[in-house]
Design a binder for this molecule. Structure first.
Ligand code: MN
Length: 491
């Protein structure tokens, strides 16, 4: 086994001037908790409001104001912990993480440090047909900061505190990721899980999901190298680019005889480079201590179990069910479950029908068309009911697969009941053998030389089938045509 594992080529390695290098990545994903109000105040979390319109006295850190924990945010963190197959801690503690910044009126962020609400867990990812389990170190709850605005006035900076105090879940992975591709698959999977659970919308465009990316490089099997942390990367594509760029920078320095300094860096997508932001703080720089305004958070085992029992079906479970119950390939199932809305649509189409046929139509025709038009499933002009009806017409032999594609186009652009369209436009498949025989005879008579050749070379029969299908406007039943052509040719 060991020899086999060793001889297996590791395609994640990066070739440097001085041999191969391995990338080690750990991610801290910050996901905004789906909740109407903030973590410790009743202010709204609504996006896009007038600056500083969602700010309570607590969020503005007025003297004497006391934080009060939002129970829904706690429940969301516990649900997420379950979704990450993680241990839930019945006892956790909120700490103050002290630092000074204009968008942080308290002068500290309320976070969790040594005793987070969620402990070790794991997430499964699929990359290039290989399944890997990525460890979760912990998940903690913390407050988001406000936003500094520097581009409104040449002499002033502004602060918008609408985001200040909004609940975040920070999900910290183990350094188990070995390539940019794996890191992208991991963030995508975490986002899928959050969306299934309804615990975060994972919307990266709104900044509701962002990642701090820790990157180091080492010789395969060697000691871990010094890592650099790239802050606040806000798209899946940029996460991949930031990792590859940073790894190549580190390799070049080490191969030049230099050393990596631990630091915090920024990724600049326009230049596709990472830049030094500040030397990395250690935990002790933040002077963490338990927040004296908040009691330790205690939740009962019963509460934890009740939230677990009420979880929806999770992406991995759904994928396994699509494979075992509906006979789909693991790949097709993974495509269908990636977004919950897509999976729901597929299930509505597949209900009471052939699962594989439904999957083919949903993935190839529908998703293909939606992608081309840049549309989401919620914008689909073809409803699950309409697509199901089209599939029924194929299954019962009323229309051929080819005509079904034309029918799909008509329903896409004009709407309407598929069966009624088939009726009104004469799109029914011709299975009447008499009519098909007549067309076959005409085609054979028009091509006597080819017919002679086909008698000696049965492969050529396919050409006649094509001609007959064409002559019938695609409406002849291809199986019947094939049978009759072969019978007439005697092959
Ligand atoms: Mn954080």
């Amino acid at each position: 086994m060991a020899a086999a594992a060793k001889s297996k080529k590791n395609k994640n390695l990066i070739r440097g001037a001085d041999g191969d290098w391995e990338i080690i990545v750990g991610l801290e994903v910050h996901a905004q908790v789906a909740s109407k109000s903030k973590l410790f105040s009743a202010s709204s979390t609504g996006f896009g409001a007038e600056p500083n319109s969602h700010v309570s006295l607590v969020d503005a850190a007025m003297p004497g104001m006391l934080p009060v924990i939002n129970e829904e945010c706690v429940a969301q963190a516990v649900r997420t912990g379950h979704g990450l197959n993680a241990e839930i801690h019945p006892y956790s503690v909120f700490d103050r993480k002290n630092y000074f910044y204009p968008d942080l009126p308290q002068g500290y962020q309320i976070s969790q440090y040594k005793q987070p609400i969620v402990g070790e867990g794991e997430v499964t990812i699929d990359v290039d047909g290989e399944t890997r389990v990525i460890g979760i170190e912990w998940l903690h709850l913390e407050q988001d900061a406000g936003k500094s605005i520097h581009d409104q006035h040449p002499d002033y900076s502004y602060v918008d505190l609408n985001r200040s105090g909004v609940a975040l879940m920070e999900i910290v992975s183990k350094p188990d990721l070995r390539s940019s591709k794996e890191a992208q698959a991991y963030v995508t999977k975490v986002r899928t899980i959050l969306r299934y659970l309804g615990t975060s919308d994972g919307d990266m465009d709104k900044g509701n999901l962002r990642a701090d990316v820790n990157v180091s490089v080492r010789k395969p099997g060697g000691d871990l190298g010094t890592r650099c942390e790239i802050k606040n990367v806000n798209s899946i594509r940029f996460i991949g680019q930031a990792i590859d760029t940073e790894a190549r920078r580190q390799i070049a320095i080490i191969e030049d005889g230099g050393r990596i300094t631990q630091e915090t860096r920024l990724f600049d997508p326009a230049k596709c480079e990472t830049r030094s932001m500040r030397s990395k703080e250690e935990a002790h720089d933040y002077r963490y201590f338990p927040d004296p305004d908040l009691l330790p958070l205690e939740i009962s085992e019963d509460y934890i179990a009740r939230l677990k029992a009420a979880l929806p079906e999770l992406p991995d479970e759904k994928q396994a069910r699509f494979v075992s119950k509906l006979g789909l390939s693991s790949y097709d199932a993974s495509v269908l479950i990636a977004e919950r809305e897509n999976a729901d649509y597929f299930e509505a189409v597949a209900k009471g029908r052939d699962g594989k046929l439904a999957a083919n139509w949903v993935i190839n025709e529908l998703f293909g068309r939606l992608n081309k038009e840049g549309l989401q499933i919620s914008d689909s002009p073809v409803s699950a009911k309409q697509l199901g009806n089209i599939i029924d017409l194929i299954s019962e032999g009323t229309i051929s697969g080819k005509i079904a594609k034309d029918l799909f186009e008509i329903v896409w652009s004009e709407g309407g009941d598929p069966a009624a369209i088939v009726e009104a436009r004469g799109m029914k498949q011709v299975t009447d053998t008499g009519a098909i025989e007549k067309t076959v005879e005409e085609v054979l008579a028009a091509n006597p030389e080819k017919a002679e050749q086909a008698k000696a070379k049965p492969n050529l029969a396919g050409w006649f089938v094509g001609q007959v299908m064409k002559a019938s406007g695609g409406k002849a039943n291809p199986q019947v045509v094939n049978d009759i052509v072969r019978k007439k040719l005697g092959v």
